[in-house]
Every structure is written in C-alpha cells, then in structure tokens.
Design a protein around this ligand. Structure first.
Ligand code: NAD
Length: 329
C-alpha cells in the first residue's frame, strides 16, 4: 500500500469545510481532523464530516505532517509560522499573506525547515485552462474580467487581494517577463476599501495585461481573453469553456476554416482562421489542487503554485493596490 499523508485543516469556514471534505476522499491523504478558533463551527463541521475537532493548533500539529490553512488572510502568517516551526508542510489559501515581507519570512522559514509551501491559486487547476495545456500560450495582450455579487466575506482585504490576485497569478504564469509599469484605478462602493479595480500591467517584453475586478456586480463573471501571434484564446472559468482561434497558412481554401482569403499575415503569406473548442474534463479544481499538494508532500510532484509564485502574485497585487490608493479621492 502506498504511503498516506496525515493531514489536518485549520479554519473550516466557507472554504475550509470544502478542503476538509475533499481531504476525507483523497486516496493518499489520511484526514486526521481540524481546528477552528470558533469552537461551535469546529464541532458542527467535525460532526458533519465524522472527524475529530482538536482543541488547539498544537494538539492538531502533534498528529499530522501537513496542513491546509484556510483562515482569514490576516492570520496566515502567524498560523503558517506555527506549523512550519513544528516542521509541518503547509497549503496556504490565497493570498499567501497580507504583506510581501510576511510572505518572504514564511518562504525563508520553510526553506530552513525543508517544508513545502503551496498557495491556493485555484484557477491554475480550472479544467477549462487545463484543456489548453497542449498550446504554447505566450500572450502579447490579455484582457480579464472577474466580477462577483457583493458579500461581506473577503472584505477584510481589498478587491485586488481578494479577486484580482487570481488573475494576476494566471497572468504571471503566462508572461515570463518582469513587470515594467503598472497603471491602476479603483473605487470604494460598499466598503471602506477598494471594491472595483482596473489595472494595466506593462511587461518588459512589451506584453500588456488589462484586468478588471469588481465585488459589486449582479452576476458572476470570470473570463480571460489572450492574444498572441496567430492565436486568440478565450476561457470562461465559470462555464468551463475554452475556445481557440488559430490563423494558419494555407495554399488553398480549407472548408474547415471559419474565415479565409483575403487574410494576409505579417509575413505576406495567406492565412485562414480555424476554430476549436477543446474538450473540457469535468474535474473539481479544489480536489485537483489538494491532490497536487498531497503528491508534493509525498515527493511525487512539484506544487503547481509554490510560496515564491504566491509571493510574486501578492507583490504585483500590492503594487496595483498602492497605485489605486495614490489616486483614490
Ligand atoms: P471564513 O471567514 O468563512 O472562514 C475562516 C474560518 O477560520 C472561520 O471559521 C474562523 O473561525 C476561522 N479562524 C479565524 N482565525 C483563526 C485562527 N487563528 N485559527 C483557527 N481558525 C481561525 O473565510 P473563507 O471565506 O473560508 O476564507 C478563508 C481563506 O480562504 C482566506 O484567506 C480567503 O482569501 C481564502 N479564499 C480563497 C478562495 C479561492 O478561490 N481560492 C475562495 C474563498 C476564500
């Protein structure tokens, strides 16, 4: 029988309960139990999942080798610090921490204790994105919209750290060039913090990303459009749909093309446009993310989003937020 990872969850609120529930079903994970500072919530969830509720983080740490930390972002540093100092691997929900200094501190601490940090940038595991893994995506221009109806959850951080950071992480995973300049604006509508934000990131290689995020919307939207030489890709992360438009050279009109002559590419050659809708597997992104974590702890895989990637996304997010604050009246 292959080895199982003894694992627990700290924080079983809105999202943590799903972590705990998935971990009870992942083959290589032995879900030992949970801790939540809200004892009533801890009891309710441990009963529901038929698992143990520990009376302190320390007593949970005595029994596990890895944790999922799903507490509010301002607590990530102190909770993760405790776990890492006890030599336990940590999956930290996004954003990794509230400040880049805190993220750097945890990364250094993890290095010292030979501990894995994985960060919960779940969109990397979205099946609509995974369906495009055979394409070389190196966009010159990205347009992203992420909108959500208002809820008080997540408002302990500005919209850039709550919603936009998902897209920042995706963009940094596609564009392998340093950020050259950031332009950003935003407004407060429902909270004292920024609720709607728009940012334009210019990269040193000339690529541009334009991101709009709002937590004051009627409907949920999570869409990305990416353009590069002879390729246009759209992903609807909510509907789980990807679409690909490719411009390809052709000597004669191909009946499969959705648009043909008189398109001429930059090289002067004839182009036709072909459309594809890749098959998207119906998988659960959170379960896939946690499986990646368990396999990383077992030394079978690398975390898709490690502490460094989490810190990079946070760094850009904080720079965007600072730009917004400079301009906010
Ligand atoms: P929540 O408020 O619903 O739940 C947090 C839980 O943590 C609560 O039950 C609370 O009692 C408990 N808690 C607070 N401080 C604690 C501590 N020091 N020790 C132990 N338990 C503690 O919050 P949520 O919406 O589940 O968000 C939790 C984290 O997950 C946040 O960092 C958030 O940004 C992140 N999140 C990520 C996604 C995603 O798409 N990846 C979505 C939602 C939330």
């Amino acid at each position: 029988m292959s080895k199982q990872v003894n694992i627990g969850v700290i924080g079983v609120g809105h999202l943590g309960v799903h972590h705990a529930s998935h971990l009870t079903k992942i083959k290589n994970a032995n879900f030992v139990g949970l801790f939540d500072s809200n004892t009533q919530r801890a009891e309710e969830i441990s009963k529901k999942l038929n698992t143990k509720s520990f009376d302190s983080i320390d007593s949970l740490l005595d029994n596990v080798e890895a944790l999922s930390i799903v507490t509010p972002t301002p607590t990530h540093r102190s909770v993760a610090e405790k776990c890492i100092k006890r030599g336990k691997h940590v999956f930290i929900e996004k954003p990794i921490t509230s400040s880049v200094d805190d993220a750097e501190y945890l990364i250094e601490l993890a290095k010292k204790h030979s501990i894995i940090i994985q960060v919960g940038h779940i969109e990397r595991f979205n099946p609509a994105l995974l369906a495009l893994s055979n394409l070389e995506i190196e966009p010159k221009y990205i347009e992203v919209h992420r909108m959500a109806p208002f809820t008080s959850r997540g408002t302990d951080v500005p919209v850039v750290l709550d919603l936009m950071i998902h897209d920042i992480d995706l963009i940094l995973s596609f564009i392998s060039s340093p950020v050259e300049e950031i332009y950003a604006n935003g407004v407060s509508i429902m909270t004292n913090s920024v609720d709607i934000a728009n940012a334009r990131i210019k990269f040193e290689n000339g690529s541009i990303a334009n991101i709009t995020s709002s937590r004051v919307a009627k409907d949920r939207v999570r869409k990305i459009k990416m353009f590069q030489q002879d390729l246009y890709v759209t992903i609807d992360f909510l509907a789980g749909i990807s679409e690909v438009y490719k411009a390809m050279g052709a000597t004669q009109n191909d009946p499969q093309a959705i648009m043909s002559a008189p398109l001429v590419g930059a090289d002067g050659k004839h182009r036709q446009i072909f459309y594809e809708k890749p098959t998207v597997k119906k998988t659960d992104a959170l379960k896939a993310e946690l499986k990646n974590y368990i396999n990383a702890v077992l030394g079978k895989e690398k975390p898709m989003v490690d502490g460094f990637a989490g810190k990079q996304a946070l760094d850009v997010a904080i720079k965007i937020h600072d730009k917004i604050l400079e301009d906010l009246r």
